[in-house]
Design a protein around this ligand. Structure first.
Ligand SMILES: *Cc1c(COP(=O)(O)O)cnc(C)c1O
Length: 467
């Protein structure tokens, strides 16, 4: 205990620290109040670490370490909480890492629109009030061949708005095999309950027939709903009613048919080697009255919920008070319009929308990038770790194409100097955090989701972690 007392009394005072030349320099960057508060907070933690230490001799304590600690603490505290990370997981649509990276091609306009005034809600031809939805409606209709379109904050809001507008106080029939839960607690039955519509489940988990829907239709049936089971597959003895059959039934009974596509694709990626998934155009062509999908899944744009379909329903949605609560903001609209424009030329979309580029990139292209980074890292780290280039598989993520494994190349690292968990932790705590995978006691950096301009940061972080 006396050791602890001696240590505690050796801690310099705030005033002493403020006179230190390295700390004084920080005043050029940070306000004095911020600096003083940070020093106090740091010293408090420092004291606590001494008090809680079981063996004080194990603590590295010195005047210099306090100064270094304070500098790092102020820097860390004053930096943004929300910051770029390097995604070494290979999961292209990583929900924890912000899902889709927006195309660099649309960023300039996004910055311009958000930092100055815009015609967000002004009809410039008439000089009167306009609608924020007009800016993307035409291109959405052009791309999907739908009659009308609108956008809200995310697809969960889109589904809620659709159900609340079309089926409030009525019944909606959904197959038991499609009552999905999407990460982050979006559950079809819960969203349905919130919207004021009553869920009528039909069929069984693995099989639902057209006559299941037909039998469940009653006087109060307001819609038939299909939900794309994006994040899981039921395989084996299964049956689902095809969209056009469901649409035919709806027409015959005068009931609208809606589809939550989840991950909305505008390009059939099966020609690029990915599994077939129904596109938005196909859903519209099948006769669906209303289709909803996300902006930041396979579409590769900003977070948004896109609704396309028959004009009479979309017009009603625009008047629903929920639309005001779910309304999309101008930054998102700017990014969404820019992303949609890229789809006018499919080759351009594949090249310039990061999600599409990463998903369609073949292993040999990834290998080239991997070799470049590998050579760079070998140059500076050769004697500090064991490093290999290996074949592996990456995932789509975002609850999309759950069974699909994409062949990729990973850089696999281990070192005698540090455990694999410590290395993972150090990389994750880097100033620009690097998120990696651990497999068989090695760190894996999947090159599918690594950008070439991130190589220097990765090299620096590894040098620091293994020094
Ligand atoms: C992802 C998903 C949602 C939720 O979309 P968000 O844009 O994340 O709100 C809803 N339904 C399905 C089928 C989905 O896959």
């Amino acid at each position: 205990m006396s050791d602890k007392k001696a240590l505690l009394s050796s801690i310099p005072s705030v005033d002493e620290l403020l006179n230190n030349e390295h700390i004084t320099k920080l005043l050029d960057i940070y306000p004095r109040t911020v600096l003083v508060d940070s020093i106090r907070e740091y010293l408090k933690k420092y004291r606590e670490s001494i008090l809680q230490a079981e063996d004080v001799h194990k603590l590295v304590l010195s005047h210099n370490s306090i100064i270094d600690g304070i500098i790092a603490y102020v820097k860390d505290k004053s930096g943004n909480n929300l910051k770029n990370v390097i995604n070494g997981t290979g999961v292209v649509l990583h929900t924890n890492l912000g899902r889709a990276c927006i195309s660099p091609a649309v960023i300039d306009n996004l910055v311009k629109i958000s930092s100055r005034y815009s015609n967000l809600e002004m009809d410039l031809a008439k000089g009167s009030r306009g609608s924020r939805y007009d800016h993307v409606e035409e291109i959405l209709c052009y791309l999907t061949k739908a009659e009308a379109a609108m956008v809200v904050n995310n697809n969960a809001a889109a589904v809620m708005l659709v159900l609340s507008t079309m089926a409030k106080d009525g019944e909606v029939i959904v197959s038991r095999g499609q009552l999905v839960e999407i990460g982050g607690s979006f559950r079809v039955p819960d969203v349905m309950a919130q919207s004021g519509a009553k869920l009528v489940e039909v069929g069984t988990t693995n099989k639902t027939h057209l006559w299941d829907y037909e039998k469940a239709i009653g006087d109060n049936t307001k819609a038939l709903m299909k939900v794309h089971t994006s994040n899981y597959r039921i395989i084996g003895f299964t049956e689902e009613v095809k969209s056009d059959e469901l649409v035919d039934l709806g027409r015959k009974k005068g009931i609208p048919v809606i589809e939550d596509l989840g991950s909305g694709m505008l390009i059939d990626l099966s020609k690029y080697g990915l599994p077939y998934e129904p596109t938005v155009q196909e859903a519209i062509a099948s006769g669906m009255d209303v289709v909803t999908f996300s902006g930041d899944k396979m579409l590769g744009g900003p977070q948004a919920g896109i609704i396309v379909g028959k004009r009479k329903y979309i017009d009603e949605m625009k008047k629903n008070p929920l639309t005001r609560a779910f309304r999309i903001d101008k930054m998102t609209l700017a990014a969404l319009e820019g992303t949609l424009k890229l789809y006018l030329d499919e080759q351009r979309a594949i090249k310039e929308i990061p999600v599409l580029r990463m998903l369609t990139e073949d292993k040999e292209e990834i290998r080239k990038r991997a070799e470049k980074l590998y050579n760079k890292l070998m140059h500076s780290l050769e004697d500090k770790c064991s490093m290999l280039l290996c074949d592996d598989y990456s995932e789509v993520g975002g609850g999309s194409m759950p069974m699909h494994k994409m062949p990729t190349i990973v850089i696999s690292i281990s070192s005698d100097r540090i455990s694999v968990n410590q290395l993972e932790n150090k990389l994750r705590s880097n100033e620009t955090p690097i998120i990696t995978r651990i497999s068989k006691d090695r760190i894996l950096i999947d090159m599918r989701t690594i950008w070439e301009d991130e190589f220097d940061i990765i090299e620096e972080a590894l040098i620091k972690a293994l020094e």
